[in-house]
Unconditional design. Structure first.
Lengths: 529, 315
């Protein structure tokens, strides 16, 4: 009998970025960096734990756009080339730093990391990382859950239930295709919960979703156990509320672990520091200085002067932080089990990219945490939301409040002065998609293909990444281009469908370029009546 | 000078010469290999100008959104791609060349399907619409389009003698009203019994607006129209119905799941790191304070539906 349960949930998502029309493309680096720094290191560590027989349970959500990129041949080939360039860079760095032991050690570390990544990617996974995820899931270590098709922020599309249905359906279908079974849970993008949308989840046998804390705390009626027990929405879908306290220690820039002075600094990268001609082959094709992933300095403090990174100290600190995290959860569970009269479930969801990319020592921290928890099962036990539901009685019924885990807790991040302009266009396209699908229910041949491609373009335009980028200001021009291009392609296709004259060659090119979700069916958008 | 001293001096000079030769040799080797100096001796690269992300008042049609105060809540605020990365104190941003310039310079794979000019979204769709979206418990966002034919029809209704009336966005609070499945007659009846309405006067070319309603957890429906000097309201188009979310705990309790105020606030306190054993009253006060600081426009205390708004309110 344990004092409390801990549900660690990692949400992995990247927007669909694939540009076959350019030999190299800056934004494709997001995928390559995430592979090299997050997904491969995490998978390597989890496999090592599995080989040693250390029990652990994690929940992982992989968004359909990320899954599409992981299984795409062109991107796999480009990633291999990227990794080979990184290995070459690390070899040159080894040669350059041979007279400086401190930096030489780090160059050695990166060389080992990149060659291990290459071996894992090429040999173990045969270039398809979904195999590794699936193997861990089948062995019982990971629970994989679905996510919205293109990670659209659903509350702002509440006017169009067929669009919500399509996002959910494609997420579930992609999961079924790649992992062989129906997902028990669905990751609501940005934890964006809208009270009228959970009924649609029931149609796809989704058992549970994750919401932010105030969805439950401000729910109607009041929750009896705060966020420490799940609740059932009137439709039957169960909502697990995030515990802000456990999130803060990992996410917070000021109070959290990642800001510790001995951890690696994200900004001092050789791509910016070293002589241009030396690093030119390893930068973007355009020649712009970018992060390569080889970084030699630690955070040191709130000062522009950075000291060299010392891996041993960082590893020690990660272990201390893992112990601290576990201790805090044990205290929390101890107190809550006495107040509640039963073991609480502490839900801690994080973006997977935090571990390894923003926070280099994140995967080490997570591994140490999993080992420590395995040694003390009577205090805290790792569990997945699905397992919790099978073991525990009917939850309290309440209607959670509309909420998200984004800035300010509601929809402001995706609806503000910088990005509000996209919604009139997105809504118009959504309404037009519903109308076209309803009017052409019996279409076949090129028209049916065109309608399906219209649905793809619409899904890609609805991604929450575009308004996010517009709000933060980074890659804003890329985000604008993506929204505009997808909607423009959509409109041209819609006009062709209306005229019943589809340009087949252009359609074939579009299907190859924006070729996501092969099982997508435009009838998802057709009105029920 | 004694012979021994001469020898010592000669040896010293030879040694110095040898050191100099070695130094020159090492420098020459380095120069031949054309390696850059080690990072330890490089000056830090110049920090590019910080990109300030502020609410844009560039477009006269978009109302300036009130920014939240600088004190950010301890919640995640980044994505993989964002600027506000949580891990480092040094806030240098890498300079990102605008996409159009990079795209022009990047080597391209030839394709006959690449468009000659970048795509542009249309200004208008030729349909009269008014849509309300919920941003948070207090703020709504409205966008609209009015076709010229619709405008002409409404102008006739206003009458030729009527001076140009201002365009007004009117929001009706229809909380608690039966809406008869959102059929037009049901909504008209609800509007007639609205507990309050807000009028927002708009500049002539506006096509979208952020509205601060000042109260949380209400149901709203909007109309765009003209308000004549005599106070007559001529509506052009009506919006969808939206309900803003709660900004505090519900007063409804479930008898089957009894939770006292005390217990509720204790559990909330654990969630927000306010310690174990702090009194529930203290927790409630601390959290109300924190909510007021970091939510965009907190009004009154938790869940108070009767606090006043900023725009002209009629009740």
């Amino acid at each position: 009998m344990t004092q409390g349960y801990l549900a660690l949930i990692l949400h992995a998502h990247l927007p669909f970025v694939r540009h076959p029309e350019h030999a190299q493309f800056l934004e494709e680096r997001w995928l390559f960096e995430a592979l090299t720094e997050c997904y491969i290191p995490l998978l390597l560590r989890w496999e090592r734990l599995a080989e040693e027989g250390i029990p652990f349970r994690l929940t992982c959500s992989l968004s359909p756009t990320l899954l599409s990129m992981l299984t795409d041949e062109l991107l796999q080939t480009r990633y291999l080339a990227h990794l080979q360039r990184l290995i070459e860079l690390s070899e040159r760095e080894l040669a350059r730093t041979q007279h400086e032991p401190v930096f030489h050690r780090l160059a050695q570390l990166y060389h080992e990391q990149f060659t291990a990544a290459l071996h894992f990617f090429e040999t173990r996974c045969q270039r398809d990382l979904t195999r590794a995820f699936r193997a861990l899931k089948d062995a019982g270590y990971l629970e994989l859950i679905a996510c919205g098709a293109t990670h659209a922020y659903l509350p702002l599309f509440a006017l169009y239930p067929p669009a919500i249905r399509a996002q959910i359906a494609v997420g579930v279908m992609t999961h079924r295709r790649l992992f062989g079974d129906s997902p028990h849970g669905l990751w609501l993008p940005e934890c964006g919960y809208h009270p009228e949308q959970d009924a649609l989840l029931r149609e796809y046998d989704i058992q549970y979703v994750i919401t932010d804390a105030h969805a439950l705390l401000f729910g109607t009626p009041r929750p009896q156990y705060g966020v420490y027990a799940p609740v059932a929405c009137p439709s039957g879908v169960v909502a697990f509320g995030r515990d802000p306290e456990s999130s803060k220690s990992v996410w917070s820039a000021t109070e959290g672990y990642p800001g510790d002075p001995v951890y690696r600094d994200f900004y001092r990268d050789v791509g910016f520091d070293l002589e241009y001609d030396y690093v030119r082959p390893y930068l973007d094709g355009d020649g712009q200085r970018v992060s390569t992933g080889v970084k030699y300095y630690r955070i040191t403090g709130p000062t522009p002067h950075k000291e060299p990174y010392v891996p041993e100290r960082a590893t020690e600190r990660a272990a201390v932080h893992a112990g601290n995290f576990l201790f805090s959860r044990q205290r929390q569970a101890d107190y809550l089990s006495r107040v509640m009269g039963k073991p609480p479930i502490i839900v801690s969801p994080y973006d997977a990219e935090l571990f390894g990319h923003w926070w280099f020592e994140g995967p080490e921290w997570l591994e140490v945490l999993l080992r420590k928890i395995a040694r003390a099962p009577e205090t805290i036990q790792l569990i997945t939301p699905h397992e919790f539901l099978t073991q525990h009685t009917q939850p309290q019924v309440l209607t959670p409040a509309l909420s998200s885990w984004g800035y300010q807790g509601y929809s402001e991040m995706w609806l503000c002065a910088e990005n509000a302009w996209i919604y009139r266009h997105l809504h118009h396209a959504t309404a037009r998609m519903i109308a076209s699908a309803t009017a052409h229910r019996a279409a076949n041949g090129h028209v049916a293909r065109a309608l399906t491609q219209m649905a793809r373009e619409l899904l890609l335009a609805q991604s929450s990444d575009w308004p996010f980028m517009l709000k933060t200001g980074t890659f804003a021009s890329y985000a604008t281009r993506r929204v505009t291009e997808h909607l423009d392609r959509f409109t041209r296709l819609a006009e062709q469908v209306q005229r019943q004259q589809v340009d087949e060659q252009w359609l074939t090119w579009l299907e190859a370029t924006d070729g996501v979700f092969p099982e997508l069916d435009y009838h998802l958008y057709a009105d029920a009546h | 000078m004694s012979p021994r001293r001469k020898t010592r001096l000669a040896m010293k000079q030879q040694l110095q010469a040898a050191v100099e030769t070695t130094k020159r040799y090492v420098q020459a080797r380095r120069a031949r290999r054309a390696l850059p100096p080690s990072p330890a001796v490089l000056p830090p690269p110049p920090a590019p100008a910080k990109r300030r992300v502020t609410a844009s008042a560039k477009s006269p049609t978009v109302r300036r959104v009130r920014l939240a105060p600088s004190q950010r809540p301890p919640r995640r605020s980044t994505r993989f791609l964002g600027t506000a990365r949580p891990v480092s104190r040094s806030k240098r941003l890498e300079p990102i060349t605008p996409f159009a310039q990079r795209s022009a310079r990047a080597p391209k794979v030839p394709s006959s399907w690449a468009p000659a000019a970048p795509a542009v979204l249309p200004q208008r769709y030729g349909l009269t619409t008014l849509v309300l979206l919920v941003r948070d418990p207090w703020w709504l966002y409205a966008y609209w389009e009015v076709t010229p034919t619709q405008l002409a029809a409404v102008s006739k209704q206003l009458g030729p003698a009527e001076p140009r009336a201002p365009l007004v966005l009117r929001l009706y609070d229809v909380t608690g009203q039966p809406l008869a499945g959102e059929r037009p007659q049901g909504i008209t009846a609800a509007i007639a019994h609205a507990s309050r309405w807000l009028d927002v006067e708009l500049p002539p070319e506006a096509d979208n607006w952020f509205v601060d309603t000042g109260v949380a957890h209400r149901t709203w429906v909007a109309e765009l129209g003209y308000r004549t000097t005599s106070g007559r309201w001529v509506a052009i188009v009506r919006s969808n119905v939206v309900t803003t979310p709660r900004a505090g705990p519900s007063e409804t309790r479930d008898a089957a799941w009894p939770v006292t105020d005390e217990a509720y606030w204790k559990l909330v306190g654990v969630s927000y790191g306010l310690g174990f054993g702090t009194s529930s009253l203290e927790i409630r006060q601390l959290l109300e304070q924190r909510f007021r600081e970091f939510v965009s426009s907190a009004r009154g205390s938790f869940g108070d539906p009767t606090a006043p708004a900023h725009t002209t309110t009629h009740t």
